[in-house]
Design a binder for this molecule. Structure first.
Ligand SMILES: [Fe+2]
Ligand SMILES: [Fe+2]
Length: 256
């Protein structure tokens, strides 16, 4: 029987594509950064000369990782939402909550972006990482609010009905006390002109997710368009102070 008689099925074609992508990666060596090892409790890094000696015919990966979703040449924030942020539900639920509460576009955008540090990079100090990523592109109020929610979420504010999250007691134990730098951040923030913007992130930060809630990134495309200065060259290519963070997210397994 001629096995080429029938055109390949969709799943055969998908297998073929996967095979080809693996092969393409097979000609390149994708490296892990120290941070990935540290997350597994190991302080180590792959040794370049040893890796090269073990794979003399291969070069190190210096561009896109074929295992990850392909990014366009000039990526937008929305492209990162679709292709690099590991979870959207929490961000969309928080932003939807803020939108329904009639808050300003700045507050809605701050809610939409407040945890992109977690969704894309790292949990630890995520407010600081997230703020740094967006600061060149948003109003300073939005960046400040994202940075400061890192601290404010640990402190109640009865004036807006914000309590210490019950979930934190479950997650961190009843005895958990925030680090002194978080306490200092909170104290500095209390009298800041943007205090309430950051506080509103906490108020709209939905900790118990409704799995049936209808949320859609499309509901926020216009708010992003009006409030996030998308660089023409694409995020990562505009030479802004945080362009490297977006590039790293786009091409995280480059050798250098
Ligand atoms: Fe957060
Ligand atoms: Fe959050």
């Amino acid at each position: 029987m001629n096995e080429h008689a029938k055109p390949p099925t969709l799943s055969e074609r998908a297998d073929e594509l996967e095979e080809r992508m693996m092969h393409e990666l097979g000609e390149r060596i994708a490296t892990k950064s120290t941070l990935f090892y540290i997350a597994d409790g190991k302080v180590e890094m792959p040794n370049g000369p040893a890796l090269k000696a073990a794979n003399p015919d291969k070069y190190f990966l210096m561009g896109a990782d074929p295992r990850l979703p392909k990014m366009p040449a000039k990526p937008t924030l929305i492209d990162f939402f679709h292709n690099r942020f590991a979870s959207l539900n929490h961000l969309l639920q928080s932003a939807t909550h803020a939108l329904k509460g009639g808050h300003s576009e700045k507050v809605v955008l701050a809610c939409l972006l407040h945890d992109i540090g977690v969704a894309s990079f790292i949990r630890a100090d995520h407010g600081y990482w997230g703020a740094q990523m967006i600061e060149p592109y948003v109003d300073e109020e939005v960046g400040w609010a994202v940075r400061t929610h890192q601290a404010l979420r640990f402190f109640p504010d009865p004036s807006v009905g914000y309590e210490y999250p019950e979930m934190y007691t479950k997650y961190f134990g009843a005895d958990y006390k925030p680090e002194p730098y978080i306490v200092r951040e909170y104290e500095r923030a209390r009298n800041h002109k943007y205090y309430m913007t950051s506080r509103l992130i906490c108020v709209n930060d939905i900790y118990s997710f409704d799995p049936d809630a209808k949320v859609d990134l499309n509901d926020f495309v216009d708010i992003v368009g009006r409030n996030f200065r998308q660089p023409e060259e694409g995020l990562g290519f505009d030479d802004s102070p945080s362009a490297h963070m977006w590039r790293t997210l786009m091409w995280p397994t480059r050798f250098l």
